[in-house]
Design a binder for this molecule. Structure first.
Ligand code: ADP
Ligand code: MG
Length: 355
C-alpha cells in the first residue's frame, strides 16, 4: 500500500493563492485530516490530489509514481483513488446496489463477482437489505453510507473525503465519525480527510495537518497539536488558549514584567516570545494554600474576575496580582471560587508559539 506525498504545491485562482507552498506526507495506511477554516485551501488541495486540477507548481506522488506536476496530470480515473464528497453525488435514478456497483461495472468486473462484492460492502456499512431502494428513499446517514460503500468497493489505493459529514445532523455526525474510523481500521486505506471541524479531525485521524492560508502550519497527533502548538494560528484554532507576549531570558525561562515562568521541555531562543497556556494547563487553588513567595515554581497570585459554570468545568477569568494580565482558567466544579476571591495559580504546562 502506497502513501501520498504532496511537494511544494501551489495553485492560484486569479489573484487568490488558494494553495501556497503546501508540503504533506501521508504514510502508507495512515489517515490524515486536513483541518482549517473555510477558504484555507482544503478542497483545492484535494482536487489537485484527485487529478481534477493541475498544479501551478509542485507535485503529487503516490508511492513511487508522480501523478501530478505542472507538466503532466494523470486523469482521475487512472489514479486508483476513491472519493467521497459533502453532497454524496449518488445517482438518483439508480438503486443502492446499482450505485455501489457502478465503479465495478466501469472497471469491467464480471456480474457474479460484482454482486458478491456489492452485497459484502453493503453488509460492512450496515445497509444489507437496502439493495433495491433508491437514494430518495434513504435518510441522510444511509445515503452517506452508500457513498462510502461506493468508494470502498473498488478497493482504491487512496481514499479522499471532503467534508463528508457536514450534511448530517449533529448526533448522526458524531456516530458516523466512529463509523469512518472503524472502516479505516478495517481496510487501512491511505486517506486524506478534509474538515473544518476540529473534534471530527481529532476523533477520525491518525494525524491532523492544520492548514493556514494554503499551507500546512503544523502536522501532528491531536495531542501534539493541542499540548504543543507551534504557531499562534494553531494555538487559537485548536481549542481556547491564553497568549502572553514577553521575553525569553534563557532557554527555559519566560519573563513579562514581574511575571517569571519556567517553560518545560522547550528550547526558547532568547528574545521576544509568545507563550500559549491552555485554560486546563493552569491549576487553581485558594490563596490560603499559597507557598512562601520564593518556594513555588510557576505559582502566581491572582483575583477572580468572573466565573461561568459550564456543567463539566468552571470557566474563570482571573487577573494576576500586580499587573493587568487576565487569564482564562478551567477549574473543576468540585471547588468553586467567586468574583473577588484571592486565588493561586500553578502553570503546569505551556509552550512557545510563533506569530
Ligand atoms: P476550503 O475548501 O478550505 O474552504 P477552497 O480550496 O475551496 O478552500 O478555496 C481556497 C480559496 O480559493 C478561497 O479563497 C476560494 O474563494 C478560492 N477559490 C476556490 N475555488 C475557486 C474557483 N473555482 N475560482 C476562484 N476562486 C476559487
Ligand atoms: Mg472546501
Amino acid at each position: 500500500m502506497p502513501g501520498v506525498s504532496i511537494r511544494g504545491l501551489h495553485k492560484r485562482y486569479g489573484d487568490v493563492a488558494a494553495v501556497d507552498g503546501l508540503d504533506l506526507d501521508v504514510k502508507p495506511g495512515e489517515l490524515v485530516a486536513l483541518l482549517g477554516p473555510s477558504g484555507c485551501g482544503k478542497t483545492t488541495t484535494l482536487r489537485v490530489v484527485a487529478g481534477f486540477l493541475s498544479p501551478d507548481r509542485g507535485e503529487v506522488w503516490v508511492g513511487d509514481r508522480c501523478l501530478s506536476s505542472p507538466a503532466t496530470v494523470i486523469p482521475p480515473e487512472r489514479r486508483r483513488m476513491g472519493m467521497i464528497f459533502q453532497s454524496y453525488a449518488l445517482w438518483p435514478h439508480m438503486t443502492v446496489a446499482q450505485n455501489v456497483a457502478y465503479g465495478l461495472r466501469f472497471n469491467g468486473v464480471p456480474r457474479a463477482e460484482r454482486e458478491g462484492k456489492v452485497t459484502e460492502m453493503l453488509r460492512v456499512v450496515q445497509l444489507a437489505g437496502y439493495e433495491q431502494r433508491y437514494p430518495g428513499e434513504l435518510s441522510g446517514g444511509q445515503q452517506q453510507r452508500v457513498a462510502v460503500a461506493r468508494a470502498l468497493v473498488v478497493e482504491p489505493e487512496i481514499l479522499l473525503l471532503d467534508e463528508p459529514l457536514s450534511n448530517l445532523d449533529a448526533s448522526l455526525r458524531e456516530e458516523m465519525r466512529f463509523e469512518i474510523r472503524r472502516l479505516h481500521e478495517t481496510f487501512g486505506i491511505t486517506t486524506l480527510y478534509v474538515t473544518h471541524d476540529q473534534s471530527e479531525a481529532m476523533v477520525i485521524s491518525d494525524r491532523v495537518a492544520v492548514l493556514d492560508q494554503g499551507r500546512v502550519a503544523q502536522i501532528g497527533t491531536a495531542e501534539e497539536l493541542f499540548e504543543r502548538p507551534r504557531t499562534r494560528f494553531v494555538a487559537e484554532f485548536i481549542g481556547k488558549t491564553n497568549l502572553i507576549e514577553g521575553t525569553a531570558e534563557r532557554s527555559d525561562t519566560f519573563v513579562r514584567g514581574p511575571l517569571r515562568l519556567r517553560v518545560f521541555d522547550a528550547n526558547l531562543t532568547p528574545g521576544p516570545v509568545v507563550l500559549s497556556i491552555r485554560p486546563h494547563q493552569i491549576a487553581l487553588g485558594p490563596a490560603s494554600l499559597a507557598p512562601p513567595s520564593s518556594a513555588g515554581e510557576n505559582v502566581l497570585r491572582a483575583t477572580v474576575l468572573r466565573a461561568s459554570y459550564l456543567g463539566d468545568a468552571v470557566d474563570y477569568q482571573v487577573q494576576l496580582d500586580g499587573g493587568d494580565l487576565v487569564l482564562r482558567v478551567a477549574g473543576p466544579i468540585t471547588r468553586r471560587f467567586r468574583p473577588g476571591d484571592a486565588v493561586v495559580l500553578t502553570v503546569l504546562q505551556c509552550s512557545a508559539v510563533r506569530l
